[in-house]
Design a protein around this ligand. Structure first.
Ligand code: SF4
Length: 369
């Protein structure tokens, strides 16, 4: 399990090693076809800032070689904001006195139909808070059955589950799982996740092994940028990705670097990442892993997404609503976070085409399941 491997790494030593990287380390990393973790640390370090243009060019070339000029389109569907966790940075935090909504299957069906009217989406990301008795595996199984006739590719972003639960959901049409470790800093993890299931760092980080062992086709991972030193956190994530690739080589992987947005409860990020730094990180990840899907959500602004889709990003959401029932109407539920790109999916797709790329709505067929 990855938790055991994690024990050999030291957070402060990793932070120091990144800070000590020099221009020579960056040049050496750029000369390699296959990057080591040490090379990756050089490329995300402050020493790499003057090399951004070179990194961008290499990232663009590798992305075009592997993915062509395509952007895979997906859309999230929030099915429940009921949550027993107390994540200090999230509007769905158990403390927050907001209307809790868990969609009925009829409402899920109505959401599916509303999404299909927005655009020809086939990649659906089903998102839920963590409240096992309300939105656990039994509920998710029903949701998957309801969504199956509408979409070819179903992914969930929900609480980490047992391996057997993933296997059961795969039988119901599940193709992928997205899970955010939020931070790999175990010493501080409890500060951000003081209570609830999510406070168990080890259970969460080992969840990726359970996904891989269950045979999921695709696993998405990420850290929440704004909690801890982002350079150290993404280095741990790169180590984790390397580990997963070695152990679950049949699985595809995606990464996402969500920057913290304002949420109900007013939590302020401890660390702010600039656009330039996010670009640097994106290029470094592409150079580190040529095949990983790099996803940008509607948290990012339209102009920035347009630039980055030409330089390393390979999938994007569009038209996103971040509250349960948001595509039909929003009577009472609160958004999990504010979106920065509120253009319609068709407008996003038109821009992708205008830039010479192809928006790909369908890249999986349910008969492959
Ligand atoms: S981040 Fe997820 S688990 Fe944490 S409070 Fe929000 S919905 Fe619940």
């Amino acid at each position: 399990m990855f938790y055991d491997e994690l024990q050999q790494y030291d957070w402060d030593a990793t932070t120091d090693a990144i800070a000590r990287k020099t221009a020579d380390d960056v040049r050496r990393a750029l000369s390699h076809d296959r990057l080591t973790i040490d090379d990756f640390m050089a490329l995300i370090s402050p020493a790499a800032e003057p090399f951004l243009e070179q990194m961008a060019q290499k990232s663009q070339r590798l992305t075009r070689e592997r993915f062509g000029k395509t952007i895979s389109m997906y859309i999230p569907m929030y099915v429940s904001n009921a949550c027993t966790n107390h994540c200090v940075y999230c509007g769905f935090n158990h403390h927050n006195p907001l209307a809790r909504v868990t969609l009925t299957q009829e409402q899920v069906k109505a959401e599916c139909e509303a999404i299909r009217r927005l655009g020809p989406f086939e990649n659906l990301l089903i998102v839920s808070g963590e409240f096992p008795s309300l939105n656990g595996p039994d509920y998710l199984e029903k949701v998957l059955h309801t969504c199956r006739p509408y979409f070819h590719n179903l992914t969930i972003e929900v609480m980490p589950l047992k391996q057997q639960a993933y296997e059961r959901l795969i039988e119901s049409g599940l193709n992928g799982v997205v899970c955010f470790q939020e931070t790999y800093n175990e010493a501080n993890y409890k500060k951000y996740h003081p209570r609830g299931m999510k406070s168990d760092f080890k259970w969460r980080v080992n969840g990726f092994d359970r996904m891989g062992a269950a045979g999921l086709h695709k696993i998405g991972m990420g850290v929440l940028i704004g909690l801890e030193d982002w350079r150290t956190d993404v280095t741990y994530m790169a180590r984790h990705l390397l580990y997963l690739r070695k152990n679950y080589w049949r699985t595809r992987f995606s990464v996402n670097f969500p920057r913290m947005c304002p949420a109900e409860g007013g939590y302020q990020p401890k660390v702010v990442m600039t656009d330039k730094e996010l670009a640097q990180l994106t290029f470094a990840f592409r150079l580190f892993d040529h095949d990983v899907d790099i996803s940008y959500s509607t948290r990012e602004k339209p102009e920035f997404r347009a630039n980055m889709m030409q330089l390393g990003v390979t999938s994007m959401s569009a038209g996103s609503k971040t509250e349960p029932g948001g595509y039909v109407s929003t009577p009472e539920a609160l958004e999990q976070f504010e979106v920065s790109d509120d253009r319609s999916p068709r407008a996003v797709a038109a821009e992708i085409s205008r830039l010479g790329y192809e928006p790909v709505w369908k890249d999986w067929d349910r008969r492959f399941d």
